[in-house]
Design a protein around this ligand. Structure first.
Ligand code: NAP
Ligand code: G4F
Length: 360
């Protein structure tokens, strides 16, 4: 009887100790939440000063990421597209041509995600500078991947691949398994970047994804690309600053989407359980001529009165037709484009009209 009472007392004491410890634990958890809950995810973007880099940086900031942007040294600073968010970014110097700079950046900043958007991205220039294009757009990808492998193979990696890899059309619409047939030094370089991404995934088990993105545009597009060239040209003609717009072929067809929609697909790829490759497109195609028709039409003009064909803008080999099927991205990432083609065209013309009026 005495032994059983002592046993009861012992149990009661045990319960009370457990209760006290539980209360202390709950108090500490409530007043000092675990640090991990507050640790921001950190992402590194190469090519942050470009069109896509600026939209991706905005997206990641809105999701609470700490964003590190890699910029290359230039004689004049070129932060036009990111100046509105610059105080929320950490900008660091590095170059795709210099692997040491990439290794040092990863060692110092320890990102969990890396978006490799930097490239010599203008197709026409790739014929004039094929070696430079290969160094940057092809070998640059190996340098970044190798830096990841050396410093921290757990970093999730996104490679900005391109529908230019499909080149000479082998099937319509193009999907992930459509055979590639690039038609420019740029397309060839991107194809190398795509396969080295797949190879590092399979060789070193890196979480490496290749996003095969079709053309995506915005008011932040570089002035040399045809959509922005047309939007800007239309605005200049409308304001009486120019009387004609000189272009190459009007027959080429592209699957044009809005860049702001496409960066979301990049992010989604790195949030999946497994790394994979995805086509990102609208599923619609339009000729350059249709872009002209809509853009000029938006300000009440007829493109046929202003557009002049100019041999200088013809390419040694052309990609005649691109149209992607984003079914895999829709099914697995839950991604779909939100911006209709006519809205995209009109928004680009309106933005250039506004810009030029502000400059007047
Ligand atoms: P973009 O506006 O031309 O931007 C390219 C970026 O790369 C710029 O920030 C540029 O820096 C940087 N860069 C170039 N060479 C570099 C080097 N050696 N080291 C470090 N940075 C360097 O291109 P985007 O339209 O945003 O496209 C982003 C990526 O997606 C590119 O890789 C492009 O090829 C690919 N892509 C684009 C599309 C599209 O339709 N936009 C479609 C498929 C794939 P600076 O500002 O100093 O020049
Ligand atoms: O706007 P573009 O220069 O884009 P392109 O060559 O399709 O490449 C873009 O999209 C790729 C994805 O497929 C990206 F990987 C690449 O980085 C880049 O962003 O030319 C579009 C079409 C071409 O057929 C071109 O020959 O427009 C035709 N075009 C006709 N006149 C012109 C012009 N292109 C340019 N840039 N300038 C012209 O005067």
């Amino acid at each position: 009887m005495r032994a059983s009472l002592a046993g009861d007392e012992w149990h009661q004491r045990q319960h009370s100790t457990v209760r006290t410890l539980l209360c202390v634990y709950l108090f500490v958890r409530l007043t000092h939440p675990i640090k991990e809950n507050f640790v921001k995810k950190r992402a590194l973007i190469t090519g942050i000063t470009g069109q896509d880099g600026s939209y991706l940086a905005e997206l990641l900031l809105s999701k609470g990421y700490e964003v590190i942007g890699m910029v290359r040294r230039t004689s004049t600073i070129n932060f036009e597209r990111i100046k509105h968010i610059q105080d929320r970014l950490t900008l660091v110097t590095g170059d795709l041509l210099d692997e040491v700079s990439l290794i040092n950046l990863l060692r110092e900043h320890r990102p969990q995600e890396l978006y490799n958007l930097a490239a010599q991205s203008f197709v026409q220039t790739s014929w004039a500078q094929p070696v430079f294009t290969g160094e940057t757009t092809a070998l640059g990808v190996t340098r970044v991947l190798d830096a990841v492998r050396i410093v921290d193979p757990s970093i999730r990696f996104y490679q900005a691949s391109s529908s230019e890899m499909f080149g000479k059309v082998q099937a319509v619409p193009q999907i992930e398994s459509t055979p590639f047939y690039p038609r420019s030094p740029y397309g060839v370089a991107k194809l190398y970047g795509h396969w080295i991404t797949v190879n590092y995934r399979e060789s070193y088990q890196l979480f490496a994804c290749s996003g095969i993105l079709f053309n995506h545009e915005s008011p932040r597009r570089g002035l040399e690309f045809v959509t922005r060239k047309i939007a800007h040209g239309v605005a200049r003609i409308k304001l009486g600053l120019d009387s004609e717009l000189r272009l190459g072929t009007l027959d080429a067809q592209r699957d044009w989407g809005f860049a702001g929609d496409y960066v979301e697909a990049m992010w989604l790829m790195l949030q999946q359980a497994q790394p994979d490759d995805y086509v990102v497109a609208t599923g619609e195609t339009h000729a350059v001529r249709e872009f002209c028709e809509l853009a000029f039409g938006h300000v009440g003009l007829d493109y046929r009165e202003y557009v002049v064909m100019d041999e200088r803008f013809m390419r040694p080999a052309e990609v005649d037709l691109l149209i992607g099927d984003p079914a895999k991205a829709r099914a697995q990432l839950g991604w779909q484009p939100k911006t209709p083609f006519p809205d995209l065209v009109r928004s680009m013309v309106d933005a250039d009209l506004k810009l030029l009026k502000e400059q007047q």
